[in-house]
Design a protein around this ligand. Structure first.
Ligand SMILES: *[C@@H]1O[C@H](CO)[C@@H](O)[C@H](O)[C@H]1NC(C)=O
Ligand SMILES: *[C@@H]1O[C@H](CO)[C@@H](O)[C@H](O)[C@H]1NC(C)=O
Ligand SMILES: *[C@@H]1O[C@H](CO)[C@@H](O)[C@H](O)[C@H]1NC(C)=O
Ligand SMILES: *[C@@H]1O[C@H](CO)[C@@H](O)[C@H](O)[C@H]1NC(C)=O
Ligand SMILES: *[C@@H]1O[C@H](CO)[C@@H](O)[C@H](O)[C@H]1NC(C)=O
Ligand SMILES: *[C@@H]1O[C@H](CO)[C@@H](O)[C@H](O)[C@H]1NC(C)=O
Ligand SMILES: *[C@@H]1O[C@H](CO)[C@@H](O)[C@H](O)[C@H]1NC(C)=O
Ligand SMILES: *[C@@H]1O[C@H](CO)[C@@H](O)[C@H](O)[C@H]1NC(C)=O
Ligand SMILES: *[C@@H]1O[C@H](CO)[C@@H](O)[C@H](O)[C@H]1NC(C)=O
Ligand SMILES: *[C@@H]1O[C@H](CO)[C@@H](O)[C@H](O)[C@H]1NC(C)=O
Length: 817
């Protein structure tokens, strides 16, 4: 019974208090902290001292607090954010003998003799004297305590957070001083100076948190506190893990804001406003010795305002989110390499525009762009040509967009921020955006493309340059010739006789009617419906196919691609989508699959009113388990799918499931995990080891399969926030929870009936329901070793082996009170 061998050890979760050897517990006027001395909290959880940001080599030192026992210095507070010391030699953190303030003294790059670079800065009336002591506490708070009365805290770091919120600290407004406890991002990975992103309680007085860019432009709001939770619970001020800690909001004459109490003191968690303008809650998982991302807001990186600075283009699917458009270069290459994109891009060659309106500037089309919402102006132009001319005539006009419908002609003057690259399969459609470029820049772009073929992404950009029409004509001519070169379908024989058809680009373009009917898509490319003519005997038959354009494979060599694809062609199973052929012509790599008329589980389960019967659901579970078991154990070489989710499970006419997209991990290599982790929506299915960067085994698929099981059982997406339903049913709890967390709790309590889709009205096979629920919960265990193999899952679902009650997954357990 390997399913139940897992024992549940809570031990590893506990934070073994380490004695703070040699480190002072407090600091006072006669006992300052010098050089690389540190101060450690009583139970050894936090450490205070001077540090140099990881990776920096220019000898800048900051006063900081970090976790004592967590490898890799995770800094949670910085004192002298913007005024670093230039060395440790004469550095001293001391209680001032004059006024009892806590102050940091040392040399800076500007001053050879030691100066005060940072101070608690209390006025003399508030800081009674030189007997004060400073201590670092086990919650990470640095406190300056009145020497005459130790319960009187004069100053504390919790009142002055930097980019990190720790449980027990507060965020809000000190009404007495008018000061805000707000989070401000670091400038870049090596510079803790205040960056562009700011997270604060509404200064206008409502009980709502905002994220602001440059302290002015709001790009995210957390929902108003409605006594017990944040309305809409879109992330809230201190985190959505409402069961991770108790959140309260207070409004007293002295303070307005929020604070939290950890549900379990052993939990180590922090909330950071990171360099990219996202608030991220991390939980330390000792078993994997890593920080795991718990939630992030805004969830989409490119939603952080002006992340890429002026003229920068944000791309959600790229590992590095920011890029400069053609004809532009980063203002500061160095900042960009440190993940500080806020400086943006500048033109490689200046515009040439005379005040009398004569110009040689042209426009470059950026397709599929999310248009910036400012600084936008509308004009009365009725056609694209008029719109372009309106923009061209005004030297301050930087770009235009035209849509024949409601949008009309929009023009942008001045700096452009928040450009976002969308994709043909993005949830909201993008627009064509025409960026003004100098004639020289446009010519350079053309010659680069002519010589090197250009970088893949920008190749598709059309060039609209007034006066260079001849150039355009020759491009069109070349395109036509390319399309006209139709080739015959060749078949590639595999060793065991199964054959894959080899198609030309033109074949597939024709079959899909110029890629007009999009069936779906993901990070790896879009899928289009097509019809291929096949010769059988003397007859021509038409076969429906699904054509997948692989976007990220353009640079892979033809030979390697063919080799990989031919092994994929060998993988055939009734529960796997069959690969029929492929196309590899230059940059165009495509796979041709059999067509599944009922689409994916996503459409048939979670879209519309469809409510498959329990029997259908159970058959789907079994089918998917069989397909995955075959991938893991049935092929010559084990295949880990890596992206099991409802969108990748297709249904044939008989509601029999077929797994799509297998083999992508191998085919795409390194690009795969990049595509995967930047994809929206997939994250809920990823096993913890994906996030923690551990090697991926077949057990990662088991985890994702468990998540899909819960969705099949309950008929709801895991990503739906859960809680409203429960509140209505029991009135007991208002908290919102990640659905599988709640479901796993119910399974362990033996209440599997509560997990089943209410639309089934109890019409389920109780035994199968119990089995499926327990298997799902076993599958989503944190430790790979505790998860069953797919073969065991299949046996369990088939009823061949008994399934014991699972433990609640550990990383999730603490979230269920
Ligand atoms: C502290 O600095 C001294 C000299 O500056 C050095 O010898 C010692 O190894 C340092 N200690 C630590 C823990 O880095
Ligand atoms: C201390 O306060 C004064 C006036 O309130 C201010 O000008 C100064 O910048 C503050 N210094 C620090 C280190 O916060
Ligand atoms: C500091 O403590 C000493 C001894 O306890 C006391 O004599 C002195 O008055 C204190 N100074 C202040 C400023 O409170
Ligand atoms: C010490 O300080 C606390 C908090 O400020 C105050 O409530 C208490 O009365 C003080 N005790 C004495 C003896 O002054
Ligand atoms: C605060 O109120 C002012 C005036 O009503 C308004 O202009 C401003 O946008 C508000 N700020 C926020 C962050 O809502
Ligand atoms: C940020 O705001 C300040 C004024 O509040 C302004 O001077 C500065 O130019 C702004 N920065 C950017 C990059 O727009
Ligand atoms: C959380 O808040 C609830 C209700 O206010 C209270 O009953 C519970 O004890 C609190 N839990 C913790 C850990 O403070
Ligand atoms: C957590 O620790 C603090 C002090 O360290 C203590 O006051 C509190 O009661 C503890 N809470 C729980 C739930 O154990
Ligand atoms: C505009 O000015 C430029 C020189 O600045 C001149 O060459 C051009 O002929 C002028 N065009 C018109 C339409 O006046
Ligand atoms: C160009 O546009 C700006 C902003 O709309 C406007 O202020 C300016 O007067 C225009 N210049 C000309 C020459 O039309």
């Amino acid at each position: 019974m390997p399913l139940i061998t897992a024992t549940f050890l809570a031990l590893a979760l506990c934070f073994a208090p380490a004695p703070a050897v040699g480190a002072a517990a407090t600091l006072s006027a006669p006992r300052p902290l010098r050089g690389n001395d540190t101060l450690v909290s009583a139970q050894g959880k936090f450490e205070l001292g001077l540090f140099s940001p990881a990776g920096s080599s220019d000898g800048r030192f900051y006063l900081g607090i970090w976790y004592k026992n967590i490898p890799g210095q995770t800094v949670v507070w910085v004192g002298n954010r913007a005024s670093p010391l230039s060395g440790l030699a004469s550095a001293e953190l001391r209680v001032s003998a004059d006024d009892g303030n806590l102050e940091l003294v040392g040399r800076t790059s500007d001053s050879a003799s030691p100066v005060v670079v940072w101070s608690s800065n209390l006025s003399s009336s508030l800081s009674p004297g030189s007997n004060n002591t400073a201590e670092i506490r086990d919650n990470g708070n640095l406190a300056l305590v009145d020497g005459a009365n130790t319960s009187n805290v004069l100053w504390q770091s919790f009142d002055h957070p930097t980019d990190t919120y720790l449980p027990g600290a507060w965020l809000g407004e000190n009404k007495l001083t008018g000061e805000y406890q707000a989070l401000t991002s670091w400038r870049n990975a090596q510079d803790p100076a205040p960056g562009m992103f700011y997270d604060t309680l509404d200064p206008n007085g409502t009980a709502e948190f905002f994220m602001l860019w440059n302290r002015s432009r709001m790009y995210w709001r957390g929902g108003v506190w409605t006594g017990g939770r944040w309305k809409g619970d879109v992330g809230a001020a201190t985190g959505r893990g409402t069961n991770l800690y108790n959140t309260t909001f207070v409004d007293t004459p002295a303070f307005r804001g929020t604070t939290t109490v950890l549900a379990d003191n052993a939990t180590i968690t922090r909330l950071v406003l990171d360099l990219n303008g996202q608030k991220k809650q991390f939980v330390w998982v000792p078993a994997s010795r890593s920080w795991q991302l718990f939630w992030a807001a805004p969830t989409v990186q490119c939603d952080a305002y002006a992340l890429c600075g002026t003229f920068g283009v944000c791309n959600q699917r790229s590992q590095l989110p920011c890029r400069c458009p053609p004809g532009f270069a980063p203002v500061s290459e160095r900042d960009w390499t440190l993940s500080d994109w806020s400086g943006g891009c500048r033109r490689s060659s200046p515009l040439k525009c005379a005040h009398n309106g004569s110009t040689t500037d042209g426009f470059l089309a950026l397709p599929d762009v999310k248009l910036p919402d400012e600084p936008l102006a509308m004009t009365a132009a009725q056609s694209k040509a008029e719109c372009e001319s309106a923009c061209q005539k005004n030297c301050s006009c930087q770009a235009y967009a035209f849509s024949a419908g409601a949008g009309g002609c929009s023009v942008w003057h001045g700096d452009i921020r928040n450009l976002e690259q969308l994709f043909p399969d993005s949830s909201s459609p993008g627009s064509d955006f025409y960026l003004r470029l100098s004639q020289r820049a446009l010519q350079d772009l053309h010659s680069v493309h002519g010589k090197k073929g250009g970088t893949k992404l920008w190749l598709v950009f059309g060039i609209t340059l007034a006066g260079v029409a001849a150039l355009g004509a020759s491009v069109i001519l070349a395109w036509r010739i390319l399309l006209a070169r139709r080739r015959l379908v060749v078949y590639m024989e595999n060793e065991n006789g199964s054959s894959l058809a080899v198609y030309s680009y033109a074949d597939l373009r024709a079959a899909t009617n110029n890629f007009s009917e999009r069936l779906g898509g993901g990070g790896f490319g879009s899928v289009y419906r097509g019809v291929l003519k096949q010769q059988k005997g003397g007859n021509t038959t038409q076969v429906q196919v699904a054509v997948k354009k692989l976007e990220s494979l353009a640079r892979q060599g033809d030979k390697q691609f063919r080799a990989e694809v031919s092994t994929l062609g060998l993988i055939q199973h009734v529960n796997l989508v069959r690969l029929l052929g492929f196309c590899s012509s230059g940059d165009q790599k495509m796979l041709v699959y059999e067509y599944m008329p009922r689409g994916s589980l996503n459409g048939s389960f979670f879209g519309g009113n469809a409510c498959p019967s329990w029997n259908d659901r159970y058959c789907i579970m079994l089918g998917v388990a069989r397909g995955l078991t075959y991938l893991h154990d049935g092929c010559r070489e084990r295949i880990i799918h890596c992206d099991i989710k409802p969108e990748n499970i297709l249904l044939d006419e008989n509601m029999s499931p077929k797994i799509a997209d297998f083999g992508m991990a191998k085919l795409l290599g390194r690009d795969f995990s990049r595509a995967l982790t930047t994809m929206r929506g997939t994250i809920g299915y990823l096993a913890p080891e994906w996030i923690s960067g551990q090697p991926i085994s077949a057990k990662a698929d088991v985890y994702s399969f468990g998540m899909v099981l819960f969705e099949l059982i309950s008929g709801r997406r895991n990503s739906e926030r859960y809680g409203e339903v429960e509140a209505a049913g029991t009135g007991a709890r208002e908290s919102l929870t990640f659905f599988p967390v709640w479901a796993a709790g119910k399974v362990v309590e033996g209440e599997v009936g509560a997990v089943a889709d209410p639309r089934l009205h109890g019409e389920v096979m109780p035994e199968e329901l119990e089995r499926a629920c327990r298997v799902a919960c076993w599958c989503i265990q944190d430790e790979e070793a505790h998860r069953p193999t797919m073969a065991q899952v299949l046996q369990a679902l088939e009823g061949a082996i008994h399934v014991y009650v699972p433990p609640v997954p550990r990383a999730l357990q603490r979230l269920v009170t």
